[in-house]
Design a protein around this ligand. Structure first.
Ligand SMILES: [Fe+2]
Ligand SMILES: [Fe+2]
Length: 269
């Protein structure tokens, strides 16, 4: 089974740039590659910071760009640069009945859980009791192995600024997860604007760097220096035994030729 994680598009209105970067162009480039090479994926997960300023025009742009491509089933949540109500006005199908941008979806013999870590007034994420109870219910309702996606990570990674804006309430989250931790095969995060991997309390995790600016590696200070690098998305391969994550920079290789040649796939209904 293949899953694509794409995070932190940080879209801005058409015609504008973000720190000299064109998020729309990067999104199109990634979606084009996903359409051509990964239409067999079981899911395309967008793990938050859909827009940079949570404005309606940027959400509408994201909706319109995504609609241009034949993509795997799409699952979207919000990050700290989003606003749930503006997001929900454009993507009502990605809000649950309780108003949160969380969802549970089938991934063949696995369950996918996409969590909503958005919290008002902070760049760090947080869960409230309602969301933690939702998570507990989802974990209890199935015996299947779980792949969990969310914007903020509960783990501290040793980079001061990123650790300041990590998920708050790590212990409360663990209290919910702990009884089910043996079934959680992997956790996938965004938000850090860096590729990071490790384990959190024994659960393997991967952070995807995302589409736009990255954060320079600095273990000494909490000064943020944004840097321009290639846009990344992750190709996740899962079987009954192993999970493999390929962080993929879409400008890291030039295709010299294609044998046999490929043609653009047609969208199936
Ligand atoms: Fe972000
Ligand atoms: Fe973020």
């Amino acid at each position: 089974m293949k899953i694509i994680q794409l995070t932190d598009p940080h879209l801005v209105p058409s015609g504008s740039l973000l720190r000299g970067i064109d998020p729309q162009a990067r999104l199109r480039a990634c979606l084009s590659e996903i359409e051509i090479y990964h239409s067999d994926a079981a899911a395309l997960v967008i793990s938050g910071d859909v827009t940079d300023r949570a404005d309606r025009a940027s959400y509408e742009l994201f909706r319109d760009v995504v609609a241009e491509f034949c993509l795997p089933p799409l699952h979207i949540t919000v990050g700290n640069h989003d606003h749930r109500s503006v997001f929900g006005a454009i993507f009502p199908e990605h809000l649950a009945a309780d108003g949160y941008a969380h969802s549970r979806f089938d991934l063949q013999d696995h369950v996918g859980l996409l969590l909503d870590t958005w919290a008002v007034g902070t760049h760090g994420g947080a869960f409230d009791p309602m969301r933690l109870e939702w998570l507990r219910t989802q974990l209890a309702e199935s015996d299947k192995p779980v792949l969990m996606f969310m914007h903020h990570a509960p783990v501290k990674v040793g980079l001061k600024r990123l650790d300041q804006i990590a998920l708050q309430g790590e212990d409360e989250l663990w209290d919910v997860i702990a009884p089910f931790s043996s079934r959680i095969r992997h956790m996938f995060f965004g938000h850090m604007h860096r590729n990071v991997a490790g384990s959190w309390r024994g659960i393997p995790f991967t952070v995807a760097a995302g589409l736009t600016h990255q954060v320079m590696l600095d273990f000494q200070t909490d000064i943020v220096r944004h840097i321009e690098v290639e846009p990344y998305f992750s190709i996740i391969l899962v079987n009954g035994r192993d999970v493999v994550v390929h962080p993929h920079a879409i400008r890291d290789a030039k295709i010299i030729d294609i044998i046999p040649d490929t043609t653009r796939p047609s969208c199936s209904p």
